[in-house]
Design a protein around this ligand. Structure first.
Ligand code: PLP
Length: 357
């Protein structure tokens, strides 16, 4: 049998391609190596005549792609002597920072918008032992606050303003190309603070410059209608959407994301919450892939643009990035999917459901 070495995490796997202090300790939970799942039933349900793949980033150690960036950011912070890390977060960055801080043996401090963070993210952040500070304000307020805080206190900022976060997150682009053995025609993803779209473009252009891939993909970035600063062209003071992970009105990586979209010949579009939830449900019901609402946003945008005739993906290879796991947001899932049917524990009671088959 072939000898196979276990997956070593994204830093060890792509070490020469990642900018990180050479003697940094590698703080890892063996993140990355997420599956690229073919999704023909979903493509059909969405009216897409393309070859569709799902990059299921919800299978990272804390349930979102944030772990790819956090392993590098926390490793670098520890190399620089940090005793604590801090971030503002809509939830997933908080959970990831909390986990990697625990792994590194440093303190984690996470600032979240009070009452606006999904239950699974809050539970995890608390479980990992972080100091969770819920502010009366939005993610954008939180980011402003932590940027001020790191000017005065010796804590390392691990938001995606931190360039090491992007160094880690770009490994998802390497993986997509390695798994496909090629470049996809389109990469589709949700856009919130715009760090991930920036990181994917860094990864693709780096692989291209190295000759690992022969061409670059086009990027389709998708925002929720109530939180679509890139689409509207100005910050949104009070962003609102069911997709809490992308409820961001003034993205930190706005400029870089706009440049990536332009260079790739891509587009950024907005979708209503109803379309996000419809696509969220289809993902689970047609392919058995359960994601949090934000993660369905990219595909909702793709389906919308194709249906309107503004985009054609016929015969193309499309990769949709599913950014976070469905268990992150059980409240929205229950609201959408309904309650179980209660019955007595008897064969008579169960029979009608079996006779329907
Ligand atoms: C962070 C996050 C996003 C948005 O990524 P950005 O880098 O902020 O644009 C989308 N979906 C999920 C689940 C996330 O956690």
């Amino acid at each position: 049998m072939e000898e196979r070495s276990p997956w070593p995490g994204v830093i060890a796997r792509y070490r020469p391609l990642i900018r990180l202090t050479p003697d940094a300790p590698v703080i890892t939970l063996l993140e990355g190596n997420t599956p690229l799942i073919p999704a023909p039933r979903l493509a059909e349900a969405l009216g897409l005549s393309c070859t569709l793949y799902l990059k299921y980033e919800g299978l990272n150690p804390t349930g979102s792609f944030k772990d790819r960036g956090m392993t590098v950011a926390v490793s670098q912070a520890v190399a620089e002597g940090a005793r604590a890390v801090i971030c503002a977060s809509t939830g997933n960055t908080a959970a990831s920072a909390a986990a990697y801080a625990a792994r590194a043996g440093v303190r984690g401090i996470v600032v979240v918008p009070g009452g606006k963070i999904a239950l699974g993210k809050l539970a995890a952040s608390l479980a990992y032992g972080a100091q969770v500070l819920a502010i009366e304000g939005s993610f954008d307020d939180g980011l402003r606050l932590v940027r001020e805080a790191v000017e005065r206190y010796p804590v390392a900022l691990v938001n995606s303003l931190n360039p090491y976060r992007l160094e880690g997150q770009k490994t998802a682009a390497f993986e997509v190309c390695d798994q496909l053995g090629d470049t996809p025609d389109w990469l589709v993803l949700p856009v919130g603070n715009a760090g991930n779209i920036t990181a994917y473009w860094m990864g693709f252009t780096q692989y291209h410059a190295m000759g690992q891939i022969a061409r670059l993909p086009r990027l389709l970035g998708v925002q929720a209608e109530g939180a679509a600063p890139l689409v509207r062209g100005h910050p949104i003071p009070h962003p609102e959407t069911v997709a809490t992970a992308i409820r961001i009105g003034n993205p930190a990586r706005w400029r870089e994301a706009a440049a990536a979209l332009e260079e790739s010949g891509g587009q950024v579009v907005a979708v209503p919450d109803e379309a996000i939830l419809r696509t969220w449900s289809l993902l689970a019901r047609t392919e058995g892939v359960f994601v949090e609402p934000a993660s369905a946003t990219g595909l909702a945008g793709l389906a919308q643009e194709v249906a309107a005739g503004r985009l054609s993906v016929q015969g193309k290879v499309v990769v949709a990035v599913l950014t976070g796991h469905g268990l992150k947001d059980p409240d929205t899932a229950m609201q959408q999917a309904g309650n179980p049917t209660s019955i007595p524990a008897t064969l008579e009671a169960i029979a009608p459901y079996l006779e329907q088959i």
